[in-house]
Design a protein around this ligand. Structure first.
Ligand code: DAH
Length: 336
């Protein structure tokens, strides 16, 4: 039989041990071993309840009250410390997460448009304003679209100018955007009014004015009653919009199998002495119209092929075509 005072002494001892631990109860694991030691299923306070059975029945009421008081005390201590611990955890998460709005922002490099893109878009905009649609075609073309349909038979000497990188069989990288004329006419009835900007390839050796990869804008207008005068007017409008007022224009005779007559177009800046050649052009050869099934007696039209690099070089005073392909950001950033 245990006496009440003995139990009271144990209670006092436990409370003293418990209070002693209080100041250190901040970390999660320390707090957890505190809970296990005093309040756990085999903890010291739970053990006290078990010892009650060995007390005299008359003392059990008082003993129960005292043990419960101790248990409540331990529980409150635990819960308070646990709350403190949790708010400390939250505080630390906030500190770790803190945003210092006074720090300089991280720099994101801003891209810019390549001068070729700028010029191509500008040319597109000018012709779209005049009512032309923008068409596209494949860069890998067949000999038929590149040559035959454009009135350049296999044995024609002009083909040598455009023979280029063959992929396999009769497929090659297109040397000009003219095959798009054929593709568009095959798919539509006159009137046809399109431009086609795109990349072209030739076996040119690179130098300041030649590049094996370059860009053209093709133009094609087919309708009843068109003449060289209409071509000239369209080009005058274009030159005025792209280069500005006061430019003079000169047509000189040339030869292209797909146009008759064919011309080279030259322009001269106000006050300048030199003529600059800007494109090949001409009235679409009736043979080309027949090749796509158009009535060549009824319809006429004109076409041209304009080098975009050349336009960009004239516009920005660039004297080496290779600059467009070197990916030098110092060069590219000057234009946007
Ligand atoms: N395709 C020609 C070339 O690459 C340029 C050209 C000339 C296109 C006259 C045309 C044209 O549409 O009518 O050199």
């Amino acid at each position: 039989m245990m006496e009440l005072p003995e139990l009271q002494e144990q209670i006092g001892q436990i409370k003293q041990d418990l209070d002693q631990q209080l100041p250190n109860l901040s970390a999660h694991d320390v707090l957890e071993s505190f809970r296990v030691e005093f309040l756990g299923r085999k903890g010291r306070i739970t053990q006290l309840f078990k010892q009650m059975g060995t007390l005299e029945p008359g003392a059990r009421g008082e003993a129960g009250r005292l043990i419960n008081e101790l248990k409540d005390h331990a529980t409150v201590c635990f819960e308070e410390r646990d709350k403190l611990r949790q708010s400390e955890v939250r505080r630390q998460a906030l500190v770790a997460d803190r945003l210092d709005v006074s720090l300089p922002g991280s720099q994101h490099a801003l891209g810019c448009l390549h001068p070729m893109t700028l010029v191509q878009r500008e040319i597109e905009a000018i012709f779209m304003k005049m009512g032309f649609d923008v068409a596209t075609g494949p860069e890998i073309e067949t000999e038929y679209y590149n040559f035959e349909a454009l009135n350049i038979p296999a044995d024609h000497p002009a083909r040598a100018d455009w023979d280029t990188f063959y992929i396999e069989g009769d497929r090659l990288l297109r040397p000009h955007t003219s095959p798009v004329q054929i593709r568009v006419m095959e798919q539509s009835e006159p009137p046809v009014r399109i431009i086609c900007p795109g990349r072209c390839y030739r076996r040119d050796t690179q130098d300041a004015t030649h590049s094996p990869v370059f860009h053209q804008v093709e133009l094609l207008w087919i309708e009843e009653g068109l003449s060289l005068a209409h071509l000239k007017h369209v080009l005058e409008l274009f030159t005025q919009e792209f280069f500005g007022e006061g430019y003079e224009m000169l047509f000189s005779g040339d030869f292209f199998p797909f146009t008759e007559p064919s011309v080279q177009v030259h322009i001269k800046a106000p006050g300048a002495t030199n003529w600059m050649e800007i494109m090949g052009a001409g009235m679409v050869d009736p043979a080309v119209l027949s090749n796509v099934g158009y009535d060549a007696e009824k319809y006429t039209g004109f076409a041209f092929g304009l080098g975009i690099e050349r336009m960009a070089m004239l516009r920005y005073g660039i004297d080496d075509i290779r600059a467009f392909l070197t990916n030098d950001l110092r060069f590219i950033r000057q234009f946007s």
